[in-house]
Design a binder for this molecule. Sequence first.
Ligand SMILES: *Cc1c(COP(=O)(O)O)cnc(C)c1O
Length: 394
Amino acid sequence: MIPRLRPNLGLADYTALFKSAPIEAFEARFATLMGQEHAIAFSYGRSGLLFLLKALGLQNQEVICPAYSCVVVAHAIVLSDNRPVFIDSDMGGFNMDLEQAERAIKNGAKVIIATSIHGYPVDLDKLDALQKRYPDVIIIQDCAHSFAAQWQGRPVQQAGRAAIFGLNISKLMTSIFGGMVTTDDAALAQSLRALRDLEQKPVGYLKNWQRRAYLIAASTALHPLCFEWVCRIQKWGWIDRFTQYYDETLIDMPVDYTSAMASVEAAVGMAQCDRYPELIDHRRRIAHLYECELQDVDGLELPPIIDGATFSHYVPQVSEPDALLEKMAAKGIELGRLIDYCIPDMEAYAPYRSVDFDYPVTRALNQRVINLPLHVDERLAQRIALDLRQTLQT
Ligand SMILES: *Cc1c(COP(=O)(O)O)cnc(C)c1O
């Protein structure tokens, strides 16, 4: 069985697993990689966002974020004592509709979390124009799906006050868990670091060994040879609690969200930084292969081709994803359904619904988007494309 995702780990990454590295070394390496002055490491991407909002001195403010995004972003906004304002996606795209975002700014929102979802770069020209019209608005780039995606040659992470990154095993590169905030603003970097160091709990041997064990277990379980068995166990519901990352009714954070990044995570993160061009190149090649092989398949709407996309996911749309997922699973291929929820429609977010905005595009994406494995090599990708074509044609 081919899993829908698997971290891209090479020999150097596995070797790094038995080393440790100073967090500061990983931060410096990451900042250089992203072309930014400062990087500050956290236990999760969402912790980074929460501390960033605090370090910016924001409280009781309206923070604009996409309705079509990972729910942990909204959690970080609420738990930093601010209020999310959810905005629908652009018609025909995945990213937030910036015209609607402007309406929210006119209503008083002070911050915008511009997200380049699935690796598709946010439109920086529109964002620049917005910043010009509203110079006081703070732009934060959510790059968890889009490490170094580029809008017409400009890296998205550099176009705002700060950018956040998630580094868990489902992301473009990993430090096991962990997250980063990058910025060119020295004063902001300093206050964010000070705030983090004040609240952060130190990490001992235990967390380091837990993280090692986790990565070894995850990468083994997600090996095609083992994944078959994992799926059988999953059917019994045993490991649901390890894979379910949210609860419809709760706005919360992982229990260790204020703990420091473990030094083994920094070591793995540094090894991944070294392999970063290769990691992105692999995703682009496989996405391009799907693009070529899946042209003109009836019932399959392919994602747009945009230069500068880094493809955290390859996301076609179909009318009945669950039926397709089931048929493909029977052929030994797991496809994913990535963001199958609209955040403001979730029970926990009922208090944050606004009559001013609606989410028809997000809801359509929720019901249509699937994602194909990008971790596979060319030969396997060919097979997946062929099986998908045949399944949709019968
Ligand atoms: C994964 C993700 C994050 C941060 O995730 P963590 O799990 O907290 O590291 C932020 N935004 C988006 C869109 C994500 O997918």
